[in-house]
Design a protein around this ligand. Structure first.
Ligand code: FAD
Ligand code: NAD
Length: 434
């Protein structure tokens, strides 16, 4: 048996996260020979350690279920961390799923365990990210949790320190507080959910505190010790906790995939792509590694664009002016497009409108906290961004997403019928405030 072999195919998809899985299936269904390379579980982070299990934890915590029920539903949803429900449909569509670590080996070429796949049309890179772990004194070697570990937890820790006040930290701090843990949330910057509107961060800070979370912003974790439990030095103070969850961002899988063989820098933290998601000669990139928003729906959106390009179809080009995102705290933080600060930095003639959810009829009835904020381009008379913090804020966001995406004139939006008494009616108040 030779040590190495070569195989000729139409397309190799390197990494089968959300976008890679979609692209591989669609390209195979279009009649191409497709190899999909995956080193862990087909489907990637979202179904096994990301979106789905975290939302199951959050839902159970909100319902007042115990953690054991959430844990059982997580195992049921992801088949006990088996990827049969992802790999099976791919193989049925004709994708050859190759298990192992893939590396680019020149334009259109991918090497996996001694076999080189030469892809006539090219390679779709979807290698995604892993949890980032900061170089904090004493942290390495302790049994800290990342999002990978926390989805397997079956017993509520008496106390939990969450490091990082981004979406993962805020969502899980609230869920564990509601399960009964004593939670401390430690954020280095001066507010939670840094990239989102400060008004949204204020609400989230308030509701987390109301849930009993000790929210510490502008706080630095400088030293970690573990001896049965954790002892953590935060701003000179010693905190003890049964567990520590590290949620300080993501590290892209880019340094060990042969980027240098296609003329790209393996030390870069994202892959530049054009409007067709092309990243180089016979190379496309989709998902978190493109730096266009680390969200499943962005990965899927990009994969659709890349597939159209690979098939030579007169398909859509990638457009990011109305990227939506939701942080699934209670209340949810839904946002689309630019924040006020981003719009000002982009030189937009900014107009801003606010509404407070508690002052709306539905907010008062439901005793709900939250805000609506809309950001307009006053020269063009359209919204360029919007944020809704409200119960079902991610659903209410749909109206603002359509408005920003389709550039519906503000005057047209103001003329709509807004049903009474709904949360989305607060958008009318924010538009009136512009
Ligand atoms: C806790 C958590 C909650 C989240 N919640 C949400 C949410 O509610 N909504 C939302 O939109 N997003 C959410 N996200 C983000 C979402 O999970 C990602 O944006 C999504 O997974 C898309 O990632 P991706 O397509 O870039 O690839 P990934 O899911 O990262 O998958 C990449 C795949 O490539 C494989 N791979 C990497 N390198 C190689 C190699 N060299 N050879 C072979 N295989 C390789 C990996 O094993 C992996 O399976 C959450 C993330 C986390 C961690
Ligand atoms: N609902 C959703 O869509 C959802 C949910 C979870 C995660 N995600 C995605 O996953 C990605 C990762 O999420 P995340 O929350 O880990 O990352 P993040 O980068 O969004 O937030 C990390 C936070 O940790 C803080 N931080 C960094 N180093 C720190 C330190 N040493 N001490 C204290 N704080 C520190 C940062 O200031 C930041 O606020 C995000 O980009 C997000 O897009 C999405």
């Amino acid at each position: 048996m030779p040590d190495s072999s070569e195989d000729h195919v139409d397309v190799v998809v390197l990494g089968l996260g959300a976008g890679g899985e979609y692209a591989a299936r669609k390209l195979a269904e279009a009649g191409l020979t497709v190899v999909g390379v995956e080193q862990e579980l087909v489907g990637g982070e979202c179904p096994f350690w990301g979106c789905t299990p975290s939302k199951l934890l959050i839902h159970s915590a909100q319902q007042g279920d115990d953690l054991a029920r959430a844990a059982a539903r997580i195992r049921e949803a992801n088949h006990d961390w088996h990827d049969d429900q992802h790999a099976g449909p791919l193989e049925e569509a004709g994708v050859r799923v190759v298990r192992g670590h893939g590396r680019l080996a020149g334009p259109g070429r991918v090497e996996v365990d001694g076999t080189t796949y030469d892809a006539r049309l090219g390679v779709v890179l979807n290698s995604g990210t892993a949890p980032a772990v900061p170089p904090i004194d004493g942290l390495a070697g302790t049994p800290y949790w990342t999002n990978r570990d926390v989805m397997r937890v079956r017993e509520v820790p008496a106390s939990l320190v969450v490091l990082g006040g981004g979406p993962i930290g805020c969502e899980l701090a609230q869920a564990f507080a509601r399960f009964g843990s004593r939670v401390t949330l430690v954020e280095a910057e001066d507010r939670l959910l840094g990239p989102e509107e400060p008004e949204a961060a204020e609400v989230v800070t308030r509701v987390l505190r109301a849930d009993g979370v000790d929210v510490r912003v502008g706080a630095e974790l400088t030293r970690v010790e573990h001896d049965g439990g954790f002892v953590l030095e935060v701003g000179g103070e010693l905190l003890s906790a049964e567990h520590l969850l590290v949620a300080v961002g993501r590290k892209p899988h880019l340094d060990d995939i042969g980027l240098e063989t296609v003329g790209l820098d393996p030390a870069q933290d994202q892959v530049e792509t054009d409007e067709h998601l092309r990243a180089g000669d016979r190379l496309w990139a989709v998902g978190d590694i493109t730096g266009r928003g680390a969200f499943t729906h962005v990965s899927l959106y990009q994969a659709k664009v890349a597939v159209a390009d690979l098939l030579g179809a007169d398909g859509p080009v990638a457009d990011y002016h109305a990227v939506s995102r939701v942080t699934f705290t209670d209340p949810e933080v839904g946002a689309v497009g630019l924040t006020e600060a981003q719009a000002r930095a982009a030189g937009v003639a900014v107009g801003v409108g606010h509404a407070d959810i508690p002052r709306s009829a539905r907010g008062w009835i439901n005793e709900a906290d939250g805000i609506v904020k809309v950001v307009a381009d006053t020269d063009r008379g359209v919204l360029v961004g919007g944020t809704v913090v409200a119960p079902y804020g991610g659903e209410v966001l749909g109206l603002l997403s359509a408005a920003v995406h389709a550039e519906i004139p503000v005057e047209t939006l103001r003329g709509m019928h807004f049903a009474y008494p709904t949360f989305h009616r607060a958008i009318a108040a924010a538009l009136a405030d512009l």
